[in-house]
Every structure is written in C-alpha cells, then in structure tokens.
Design a protein around this ligand. Structure first.
Ligand code: IMP
Length: 207
C-alpha cells in the first residue's frame, strides 16, 4: 500500500475526464450521500456499489481499509473507494475508535452519553480513512475533525453519532447541521478534499 504522496500514474483517462471517478463500496446510505455530494460539486462522478465486506478488526482505520481493498479487488476489480471511520473519545482513551460501528449498533448514542456521565472532559475526534484502488495500486487518505461530546442528543440530521458530536468552534451538533455545513468541516469532508486534490494533481501530471 502506498502513501498518498507517492503518486500513482495509471489512473484511466475516463477517470480524469470527469465521467466516472471510481466506485464507492459502501452499505451506508449516509456516507454515500456525503461523499458523492462533495465529489459531484468538484465535477467528479462516483458510482455506488452497495455491498458489504468483512471488516478485519484492525488496530487502525488504515488497516481496515487496506484489508477491505485486498478483499474487494479480486471480487470487484479496479477503481474502488472504501471509507472506514470512527469516533475517538479522549476521556475513554480513544474508545470506541475502530469499534465505533459495533458500539453504535449495541449501546448507541445513549450508551456513550451514559459512559461519560459526570465527566467534565468530553473531548473527542472523528476520524475518517479512505482507501482508493485504481490502476492496480492503492492509496490511503486520512482526515479528522476535533470536537466534544454533547451533554444530550440533539438534531435529526446525519447518521451514527452525529446527534452527540459538536465540532470544535461550533455549538450545534453535526445532526443539527445541513449536509453542506457538515461536509465543510467534517472528517469525511477533509478526506474528500485530500482525495480531490490528489486526483487533480494526477490529472495535471497527465496533461
Ligand atoms: P464504519 O466506518 O462503517 O466502520 O462505521 C463507523 C461508525 O462510526 C459508524 O457506524 C458510525 O456510527 C460512526 N461514524 C463514522 N462516521 C460518522 C459520521 O460522520 N457521523 C456520525 N457517526 C459516524
């Protein structure tokens, strides 16, 4: 797996012509809405593959996306994008982190609020990691959004832990923001920016 600054050269012409960038493999409707909106706004098309894949229980988001691409590539071929993300809560020493999906499905936002009951330190960070496979090579992008866990659930938008996460410098939770507002500051929005910048650079190199 290459790091993102080691440019790979063989992205197909169709990719850079703005028709289809890649296929985002996700079973999560909300993630697809967020990512496809951001890429579309930058003239990049992304198709969706609604399938799930075995998520190895790695120690880092990076391990999860790398192994996802390794599993998916012989099955689906090239031009794939995957996202793994999580909520890292400082007073809980980073929990739920890579276990965020499981923790959301089991104890949910209410359970996390109970774990933090009475705690003054509520600092938390959302992290997102994209894995892109194209031309037989992979590249990993990472982004984060610092903030804090609210005292109670607020808002109806978004998904997952959005109702309990207040990004730093704001008073509303992600779930109280529009998709455009969330994308402008979120972990996933930052990774998408990196991805777009990277692809634009590769495109310039090819012209
Ligand atoms: P995964 O990336 O599919 O493994 O899921 C990570 C889990 O983290 C999701 O099920 C959500 O509960 C949570 N999560 C990841 N990104 C976000 C986000 O942008 N907002 C709210 N929750 C998120």
């Amino acid at each position: 797996m290459e790091e993102q600054d080691e440019a790979f050269k063989d992205i197909s012409d169709i990719t850079m012509s703005g028709s289809v960038l890649t296929r985002f493999v996700t079973s999560n409707d909300a993630k697809f809405r967020e990512v496809s909106k951001m890429l579309r706004e930058r003239g990049i098309q992304v198709d969706r593959v609604r399938t799930s894949y075995p998520e190895v229980q790695g120690d880092t988001l990076r391990e999860v996306v790398v192994s996802a691409l390794e599993w998916l590539s012989p099955r689906l071929g090239d031009d794939l994008l995957v996202d793994d993300s999580g909520l890292f809560i400082r007073p809980l020493l980073g929990f739920p982190g890579v276990y965020s999906s499981y923790v959301y499905r089991t104890i949910g936002c209410g359970g996390v609020l109970r774990l933090l009951q009475g705690m003054r330190d509520r600092e938390a960070t959302f992290e997102a990691c994209f894995g892109l496979l194209t031309g037989g090579r992979s590249v990993v992008f990472k982004g984060h959004c610092p903030g804090a866990i609210a005292e109670e659930e607020r808002g109806l938008g978004g998904f997952g832990f959005d109702p309990i996460f207040v990004p730093r410098g704001h008073t509303r939770t992600f779930a109280e923001m529009s998709l455009t507002e969330k994308n402008a500051i979120s972990h996933r929005g930052r990774v998408a920016e990196e991805l777009v910048g990277y692809l634009e650079n590769v495109g310039r190199e090819r012209r």
